[in-house]
Design a protein around this ligand. Structure first.
Ligand code: ZN
Length: 96
């Protein structure tokens, strides 16, 4: 599969677990095999903080199933815990 850079459409090449653009040299990190192709631009999201939180979550949930990871996330935030997904039927989304 040939990935294209969302910024310049240049060809992306694998660099370790990440991919990088041959043309503009932007590197797109991978989180658990999912590439972050977002381009930094004015936004309410701090991309570096968001990526740091993803890395921390990955480290904290090693060996967790997808359901356990979702429950861990909702249980770790007081407001999300109140609104959390305990009534969700996870089997609708993935096999458990
Ligand atoms: Zn590029």
């Amino acid at each position: 599969m040939i990935w294209r850079c969302p910024r310049c459409r240049g060809e992306l090449v694998e660099v370790g677990n990440d991919v990088a653009c041959n043309v503009c040299e932007i590197r797109y990190p991978s989180f658990e095999g999912i590439f972050d192709f977002r381009l930094a631009r004015p936004s309410w999201i701090d991309y570096e903080e968001d990526r740091a939180q993803a890395r921390q979550l990955i480290a904290e949930t090693v060996g967790f199933s997808a359901e356990e990871t979702v429950r861990y996330v909702f249980d770790s935030d007081a407001l999300w815990k109140l609104a959390g997904p305990p009534d969700y039927d996870f089997s609708l989304y993935w096999s458990v």
